[in-house]
Design a protein around this ligand. Structure first.
Ligand code: DGJ
Length: 702
């Protein structure tokens, strides 16, 4: 349980999580200043760290030395500002005046401030979700004035101040469409580096989390400071490293040059930028984030995600009722539990050039509407899922012809199309209301169990000519998406949702709080997926990671891999089938049946267990990972070898997370192992010969 205490003498607060401590204080001029973040310290121990009043020798040069708890723009502060505003008279600096604090139970702290002169209130919020070492932080800004708006140039949710350490290194992901979540681990440059998205979505190119270590941390050992932002629009995380060894990480929603206004009487609440300190290497940091996601982010974490079938790779836009029926029939014989019809079922959507926005069933393709197909899928014993892309419109659509002003646009500027589509302005209440209306009816009238909510292009020309504060659309679009998801879920409690954005373009804790799983990438090539899933899993859990087995050769990489390899890669997440199964030979169908049945046995361990990355994919062509069940300690190990090399002996793989004192039985061979031996020496995986070889080993704790 967390504990939060205030010390009046030093005007400091100590937050104790399950295994860490965090402290801040007020300086003489009421500036909130960071004191400590790291391994658990008591109140007494932390008090040693509170600096004596008085000036440091270099105070004339860098008075705050990056210690601001929320680095505001103002005074003699030169580190990256987290909060930057401009008042109506042009004043930009902020001066803190402390008002009060509230400690709410064991887990929440609120610190209230006001600017010394201008009518701006700032509340710093801290929350420790029970049972975690995660500290959620966010701020609230209120314009207490009655006349003038305040321009909000930057409003980060939190600044994380890290202790002085040599050799700081950052882990983060980069990528692109069909190659998301590529893990990078590199030295933190001195100066400022900003990671972010200016696309209005989280993006394929970066993901809003960072991990920092002192350069010595390994998968199994060492300290990690991490931070992750719960936001699905444009975002920015800046690291600032000084020559003194100090490092700060400040982050929040928004992007440079976009300056919304805070109207008199209004309050903005920023998204959560959560921080986590862990020991035990990158593996322990990931496991702590996974537990946090399962216990405090996902809406139905206790559920087992069903095995789904998705028609996209099988049919593309060539959707017909007969085709979907035969796919559904075949899928049901494999043990699939959820059948999802992808793009191409509505309006004039026979390709990507037309129809987006016209969410009426295409009667050429479904003469009697969707109901007969939905009913058949239900009769076959599966749930029914449907693809939608509510935020988009093709210019060639009835919707756009009727409402050309509903899209993001600037006067006298091109409306740039990507994938022949434009972005609807969901910040407009009429547009958001329209979207909720048709989604609500679609789901309600057809008994739809699952939506795949896609978003295939970033913003451009993000204007709103009829609004006096058009820049607010960047944030309000995302809030409107959240609100529609929340309303849909509330209105249809059985509805489950997959977040998709041209693959993995919108994966973050903001969207995960409202969806049940995410489409990890349009790249379903099993070998590429190992790398993508490795990057994804640094922060996000397998329980939400959709992974399909698709056809051979793969449609993006044209690579051929054995069906076994494809299954094993997908079984390390939420298994789905995405191939043209009507054309699969009987022996492949039989193999699929067996693997789906096997997956159903292991999925409690995969989806709810603790991940141990045994050999990362970048090593030498062998990758291994393991899930350990929290309850009975049973474990599943996946091993993948990209290429066989002449005379290269198989090496034992050392397992993790086992009980040294216990013994484990291999469910397939019956062999019994000592946990101690598997941890200390390892397990020979028994990979088959050849390239793209894989093994799945199940061990039951005796
Ligand atoms: C992008 C998604 O990632 C794909 O899975 C598919 O749904 C297409 N959009 C459909 O247009």
């Amino acid at each position: 349980m967390a504990e939060i205490v205030f010390d009046e003498d030093t005007r400091s607060w100590l937050i104790r999580t399950a295994a860490t401590s965090y402290a801040l204080r007020l300086t003489e001029d009421d500036t909130p200043s960071h004191v400590y973040w790291g391994p658990a310290l008591t109140r007494d121990q932390v008090s040693d760290l509170i600096p004596e009043t008085g000036q440091r020798w270099d105070a004339f040069n860098d008075p705050n030395e990056g210690l601001d708890e929320l680095a505001v723009d103002g005074g003699t502060r030169y580190w990256t500002p987290a909060l930057q505003v401009r008042f109506a008279d042009g004043t930009r600096a902020l001066e803190w005046r402390y008002l009060s604090h509230e400690i709410d139970g064991e887990e929440r702290l609120r610190l209230r401030f006001r600017d010394r002169h201008y009518p701006l209130s700032i509340t710093l919020n801290y929350r420790v979700p029970p049972g975690t070492d995660v500290i959620e932080r966010w701020i609230e800004l209120t314009n207490d004035g009655t006349e003038d708006a305040i321009e909000v140039i930057r409003s980060d949710s939190a600044t994380w101040v890290l202790p002085v350490r040599p050799g700081y290194r950052i882990s983060h992901v980069t990528g692109r469409w069909a190659a998301e979540s590529q893990l990078l681990r590199e030295p933190v440059p001195h100066g400022e580096v900003t990671f972010g998205s200016r696309r209005g979505i989280t993006s394929h190119h970066a993901n809003p989390w960072v991990m920092l270590d002192d350069g010595e941390t390994t998968e199994r050992h060492g300290e990690v400071f991490s931070a992750a932002l719960a936001w699905s629009g444009s975002w920015r995380i800046t690291t600032t490293r000084s020559s003194t060894g100090r490092l700060t990480v400040t982050g929040g929603s928004g992007q440079d040059g976009v300056v919304p206004r805070l109207a008199p009487g209004d309050t903005v609440t920023t998204p959560v930028f959560a921080g986590l300190y862990t020991e035990g290497g990158f593996g322990a940091a990931s496991r702590a984030w996974h537990s946090y996601t399962l216990d405090h982010v996902l809406p139905h974490p206790g559920e087992l995600r069903p095995v789904l079938y998705n028609s996209w790779e099988a049919t593309g836009f060539d959707v017909t009722e007969a085709g979907q029926r035969s796919l559904a029939e075949k899928a049901s014989t494999l043990g699939v539990e959820l059948f999802v019809m992808d793009d191409g079922w509505f309006g004039a959507r026979t390709g990507d050039h037309a129809g987006l926005g016209d969410w009426q069933v295409n009667r050429d393709r479904f003469p009697d509407g969707l109901k007969p197909l939905v009913d058949q899928v239900h009769r076959l014993g599966m749930k029914f899922g449907l693809w939608v892309e509510p935020e988009m419109v093709n210019p060639d659509s009835d919707l756009y012809r009727a409402h050309p002003d509903w899209v993001l646009h600037h006067p006298h500027r091109t409306r740039s199309e990507l994938r022949q589509q434009l972005v609807l302005n969901f910040a407009r209440p009429d547009v958001a209301g329209w979207a909720h209306g048709w989604l609500d009816s679609l789901v309600g009238e057809h008994g739809i169990d699952f939506l795949k909510w896609d978003m295939n292009r970033p913003f451009s020309e993000a204007g709103w000519p009829t609004d006096g504060d058009p820049d607010r659309l960047w944030v309000e679009h995302t809030h409107a998406v959240y609100a529609i998801l929340d309303r849909l879920r509330a209105g249809h409690p059985g509805l489950r949702i997959e977040a998709c954005s041209g693959g993995g373009g919108r994966i973050d804790f903001g969207i995960m709080a409202r969806t049940d799983q995410v489409w990890t990438s349009d790249n379903t090539d099993a070998l590429d997926r190992l790398v993508i899933q490795h990057g994804y899993g640094q922060v996000y859990p397998a329980r939400a990671m959709s992974a399909w087995v698709t056809d051979d050769p793969n449609f993006v990489t044209h690579r051929t891999t054995p069906l076994r390899f494809r299954f094993h890669v997908a079984m390390a997440g939420v298994l789905g089938i995405g191939g043209d199964i009507v054309g699969w030979p009987e022996e492949d169908l039989e193999y699929a049946r067996e693997q789906i049945a096997l997956y159903k046995e292991i999925r409690p361990v995969v989806q709810h267990g603790r991940l141990h990355r045994l050999v990362p994919p970048e090593t030498d062509g062998v990758t291994a990972l393991q899930y350990v069940a929290a309850d009975d300690g049973s474990t599943v190990v996946f091993v993948f070898r990209q290429a066989a090399h002449f005379h290269a002996p198989e090496r034992p793989i050392r397992l993790g997370g086992l009980d040294v004192a216990a013994r484990y039985r291999d469910a397939d061979t019956g062999k019994v192992w000592h946990g101690a031996a598997l941890l200390a020496h390892g397990l020979l995986p028994g990979l088959p010969d050849g390239d793209f070889a894989s093994a799945l080993i199940r061990l039951t704790k005796l």
